[in-house]
Each structure stands twice: as structure tokens, then as C-alpha cells.
Design a protein. Structure first.
Length: 283
């Protein structure tokens, strides 16, 4: 092959993926790749429900099963203060945000490994893979949401007008979940044992988060430290306050949780960008 026809050692600049750290550049790239995210979401949904008799019902079964287990074994066997709220309603409202977090981290954490064949073939921000898994987890949560309406009807109660205050809680929840998902997806490429440890860690996290119980079990002197270490705690407590009790979220704990979520997102993003140059080689 003559020098004139020799292939270049690297892809052309317009096809090469460039690692960017500036927020504006990243947002622009992700917006450009939105069609790819949609394609990944559609592919994951088709692959998951292919040849399944129950189909999308499987998104409802896990939180519904956990709600029944908590009701039968934890609530009846212990003294969980629900402040007059029927326990199934109390537990299910806590399970919805937890299921979103757990599904995002478990699926998004392995998304780069599952899409290893695309890492060298498709030039796009690597963040699209864990983010697509988060979108799927969000859609699963929406599918499971009507069960909450059924529980309201069964127990003859209604959401409180303060439920509109749940919107800031959703933002904090997504920020924290994105940070953890980016971190886990990047580290699991290099530390394969994390894939096996992840289900155990999430199971422990379920009981370390006020899902089956209320946040009042945490001593007041430790409440802010607890919110900093586990931002989902004030988020779940906030959902119960605004939707079930007609109260605003616990402002100080939520603020600490929000700041902690931003730190987690920044840390997860930095680790992701630092490690992404070797994703294609290691995966």
C-alpha cells in the first residue's frame, strides 16, 4: 500500500469521540445524542419483554411484592409509626423512589459492559449508556405509579394538596441517582467484582433507607449526618410528608441531602470522565 493510500492511525476528527469536562459542552453533546438514548431505551425495553407472558407487569411485581412482605412481616411484627397512614400506602410510596434508584444503579452500573461492542464503533458521549438505563427505570416507575392510585382508593383517602411540592424531591432524587450510576458504571468496568457485589449492596441499602420504616427511627442528633450519607432518606421522608401528611419536607435535612447529592454527582461525573478513556480497551 502506497503512502498516499495508507490508512490514518486515528479516525478523522469529525468522527472521533472527544472527552469533554465543561458542563456546557457535555450538555450540548448529550442533547445531540438524544436520538441514540431513545434507541438504547427502545432496545432495552424490547429485549426485556421479549417472549414474556406478563410483559410490563413485571415492573409492578417487585415493589408490590416487597410491600406485601413488609406489611405481613415487618409492620405486624413490629411497631412502625406511620402517623395514622395505612401501612401499605406508607410502604409503597417509599418503595417507588427506592425502586427507581435500585433499578438505575443495577442496570446502569453494568450498561457499559453490556454495550462493550458499541464503545469502539459508535462515537458518542459514554454517559448515554447509563443514562438510557435511568430513563428505562423512570419509565418502570411510571408504570408502577397507578398502583399507588389503587391504594388510595382502597383506603379511601386522597393525596394532599402539598403533593405539588414533590417536584423538588424528584430533582434531588435524580441528581443523586445519576451520580451513583455514573460512578458505578465507570468503576465496574475495571473492578468486575463490583457487578457481583452490587445486588448485595443494594439489598443492604434498602434496609439502611427509610423505606419499610419512617425516618423518626434515626435519633435527632444524627438526622443531618444521616441525610448527608444517604440523600434518599430525606427524599423518601419528603414524599410521605407532602403526599400523605400534608406537610412540607423537612427543610434542613432536605437541604443537606440536596447538597450531598450534588457532591455525589460531581464525584461520579469526575470519576466517569477520568476513567472513560480506557473503557473500550478494558471492556
Amino acid at each position: 500500500m502506497s503512502p498516499a493510500t495508507a490508512l490514518p492511525p486515528h479516525p478523522p476528527a469529525h468522527l472521533r469521540y472527544h472527552r469533554r469536562l465543561r458542563t456546557t459542552d457535555v450538555v450540548q453533546e448529550l442533547w445531540t445524542a438524544r436520538e441514540l438514548i431513545r434507541t438504547l431505551v427502545e432496545r432495552e425495553l424490547r429485549a426485556r419483554y421479549k417472549q414474556m407472558m406478563l410483559g410490563a407487569a413485571w415492573t409492578i411485581i417487585p415493589p408490590l411484592t416487597l410491600m406485601l412482605v413488609f406489611t405481613l412481616f415487618l409492620h405486624r411484627g413490629g411497631r412502625i409509626d406511620t402517623q395514622g397512614i395505612p401501612y401499605p400506602l406508607f410502604a409503597y410510596l417509599g418503595l417507588l423512589p427506592w425502586t427507581f434508584f435500585s433499578s438505575s444503579v443495577s442496570r446502569g452500573g453494568t450498561s457499559l459492559l453490556q454495550n462493550a461492542a458499541l464503545l469502539n464503533k459508535v462515537y458518542c458521549p459514554r454517559e448515554v449508556y447509563p443514562m438510557a438505563s435511568m430513563v428505562v427505570a423512570g419509565m418502570d416507575t411510571l408504570v408502577a405509579l397507578p398502583i399507588l392510585a389503587v391504594l388510595f382508593a382502597v383506603f379511601r383517602t386522597l393525596p394532599q394538596p402539598t403533593a405539588i411540592l414533590a417536584l423538588p424531591l424528584v430533582v434531588v432524587q435524580v441528581i443523586f441517582t445519576l451520580g451513583v450510576t455514573l460512578f458505578v458504571s465507570a468503576v465496574s468496568i475495571y473492578l468486575r467484582d463490583l457487578r457481583l457485589a452490587l445486588p448485595i449492596l443494594l439489598q443492604l441499602g434498602l434496609f439502611a433507607t427509610p423505606v419499610a420504616y419512617g425516618s423518626e427511627v434515626v435519633p435527632p442528633r444524627l438526622a443531618l449526618a444521616y441525610a448527608a450519607l444517604n440523600p434518599l432518606a430525606p427524599v423518601i421522608d419528603g414524599y410521605r410528608r407532602v403526599v400523605l401528611l400534608g406537610q412540607p419536607p423537612a427543610g434542613e435535612a432536605l437541604l443537606v441531602g440536596a447538597l450531598s447529592s450534588l457532591v455525589v454527582l460531581a464525584l461520579g461525573y469526575v470519576v466517569f470522565k477520568r476513567l472513560e478513556t480506557g473503557f473500550a480497551d478494558v471492556a
